[in-house]
Design a protein around this ligand. Structure first.
Ligand code: AMP
Length: 213
C-alpha cells in the first residue's frame, strides 16, 4: 500500500512518517528532505531548488516530478511508500498517478491531516531540525535533552530558513492556492483526520483503525 500525507506545513507529516516507518515498516520519501540533501551536497538540482526553498515557494513542477521519478525508480520504491510533501499540485498528482499506473502501482490512500492554521504557525515558529539526521524538535513541546543539540547524534539543531515568520506566511498562502485543490482531486481516496491539538498517539490510533493497517 502507498500512502500520501497531506496537510499544512507543520501539520505533523514528518513526525507521523517517523511512526509509520518504525511501526509499520513503511518506506518514507520526503521531497523537502531530498531537496535539502541536494542543496547540502551542492548538486545542480540543489542549486536550482535553493532559492525556492529559502523563500517558501514551490520548486517548479518539472524539476520536482523528475526528481521523484528518479528516486522511486532507483530505489524500486513502487510499494509500501509514504509520500510526504509530494504531490503538492494537481499537475504533480496527475503525473504521479500516470507514472504509478505505467509501473503497475498506485497511490492507495491519502491521509489528510486537518489542523487549524494558528496551531501550525506556532509549531513552525518553534521548530528545530537536526542538521544531520533531520530529526524534528520543538522548543516548547519537544525540546532536546541538551539545548541546541540532537539527542540521537549530538549534531547542531537549526531553524530552517523557511520557518522564519515572513516565509511561514508565504508557505501558507502557496499551500492554499496550489495544494488545497488536491482534496478535490483525490476525493474518494481521502481519509480525513481532524487533529485539533490531539496528541500524536490519539492521531495515530485513529489513522491505523480507520485504514486497518
Ligand atoms: P517541506 O520540508 O515538505 O516543508 O518542503 C520544504 C520546501 O521544499 C517547500 O517549501 C518547497 O520549496 C520544496 N518542496 C518540497 N516538496 C515540493 C513539491 N512537491 N513541489 C514543489 N516544491 C516542493
Amino acid at each position: 500500500m502507498n500512502l500520501l500525507l497531506l496537510g499544512l506545513p507543520g501539520s505533523g507529516k514528518g513526525t507521523f512518517s517517523e511512526h509509520l516507518e518504525k511501526e509499520k515498516k513503511m518506506l518514507h520519501m520526503s521531497t523537502g528532505d531530498l531537496f535539502r540533501k541536494n542543496i547540502d551536497n551542492k548538486t545542480k538540482l540543489g542549486l536550482d531548488a535553493k532559492k525556492y526553498l529559502e523563500s517558501g515557494k514551490y520548486v517548479p513542477d518539472h524539476i520536482t516530478i523528475d526528481m521523484v521519478k528518479d528516486y522511486i525508480k532507483k530505489n524500486n520504491y513502487f510499494d509500501n511508500l509514504i509520500y510526504d510533501g509530494f504531490p503538492r499540485t494537481v499537475f504533480q498528482a496527475q503525473a504521479l498517478d500516470d507514472f504509478l499506473i505505467e509501473n503497475n502501482s498506485k497511490l492507495d490512500k491519502v491521509i489528510y491531516i486537518d489542523i487549524q492554521e494558528e496551531i501550525v504557525v506556532n509549531r513552525l515558529k518553534n521548530r528545530l531540525v537536526c542538521s544531520k539526521c533531520q530529526s524534528i524538535y520543538n522548543k516548547k513541546t519537544k525540546a532536546p535533552l541538551k539545548e541546541g543539540v540532537c539527542d540521537f547524534d549530538g549534531e547542531k539543531l537549526l531553524t530552517r530558513k523557511d520557518d522564519l515568520p515572513e516565509n511561514i506566511a508565504i508557505r501558507l498562502q502557496v499551500y492554499k492556492e496550489q495544494t488545497s485543490p488536491l482534496l478535490d482531486y483525490y476525493n474518494e481516496r481521502i481519509f480525513n483526520v481532524n487533529i485539533g491539538d490531539h496528541n500524536i498517539e490519539e492521531f495515530i490510533k485513529t489513522v491505523y483503525d480507520g485504514l486497518k493497517i
